[in-house]
Design a protein around this ligand. Structure first.
Ligand code: DX5
Ligand code: ZN
Length: 235
């Protein structure tokens, strides 16, 4: 059991979440341990089904294997890029995810899936692609632990952040309860992290800008420092 099972401090702080999508899948455990040693506390797991997005990555078994290997206070942040998430969320909860985020575009049952997650005691997250309107966040405000504004089109690492998503991030933030984590994902690096942090993003996913570097731990630390320096000071 983690010292703080609700992860309250982590949820309130500006965090860079390394995405394992860009790590060496044949050495996943040690790749993740390297960034944890550098201070990472949120590990982002990108689940793709070959249907909602073309690539297929991994499922609940890999998430469970990471859970078994990592310290309890490390938050496993599962990003489901899969169709009909309502059929699969239970598997990721059983695997030990701390939070599960699914896409608005992937189901007509957004409210029900959020309820399902909350009732299971995991953090409930809702994501939108860059071209998707943001009104759902208004209608689900009370059920959201995390709101994810995709800053690239989902499916692949290593893309450039789409500039219009920076203002969109701020617009989503204005709809949320202040306790809800505002997350961005895609194209976050040393140059763009300050932009999204200034727009109010609290958790920033970074894949290639961390695991694509020779020293992932140092890259993680530099991006975290840049993001925290640019984040608005709490009132
Ligand atoms: C993309 C994934 C991202 C991906 C980001 O669909 O959701 O989490 O790993 O990769 P970078 O940081 O390289 O843009
Ligand atoms: Zn992701």
């Amino acid at each position: 059991m983690p010292a703080d099972p609700s992860h309250a401090a982590l949820k309130a702080s500006v965090e860079v979440a390394p995405s394992i999508l860009s790590a060496d899948f044949a050495a996943l455990g040690s790749a993740v341990e390297e960034v944890i040693a550098a201070g990472a506390r949120v590990i982002h797991c990108d689940v793709m089904d070959g249907h909602f997005v073309p690539p297929i990555t991994f499922g609940a078994q890999i998430v469970g294997a990471l859970r078994d290997r990592l310290p309890d206070d490390v938050y496993l942040d599962v990003h489901l890029m899969i169709t009909a998430p309502e059929r699969h969320v239970a598997d990721f909860i059983s695997a030990g995810a701390d939070g599960v985020t699914f896409h608005q575009e992937a189901t007509p049952h957004v409210h029900r899936v959020l309820q399902q997650l909350r009732e299971a005691g995991v953090n409930a997250g809702l994501a939108v692609c860059p071209g998707t309107p943001i009104e759902s966040f208004e209608h689900t405000r009370d059920l959201l632990d995390l709101a994810l504004c995709m800053t690239v089109n989902p499916g692949w690492g290593g893309q450039k952040l789409i500039p219009s998503t920076v203002d969109k991030t701020a617009a989503i933030g204005a709809l949320l309860d202040p306790a809800t984590i505002l997350q961005v994902d895609g194209g976050v690096d040393l140059a763009t992290a300050p932009l999204v942090a200034a727009a109010g993003a609290r958790w920033m996913v970074a894949g290639s800008a961390v695991f694509g570097k020779d020293d992932p731990g140092a890259a993680f630390q530099a991006i975290t420092e840049a993001a925290r320096a640019a984040a608005p000071t709490p009132a």
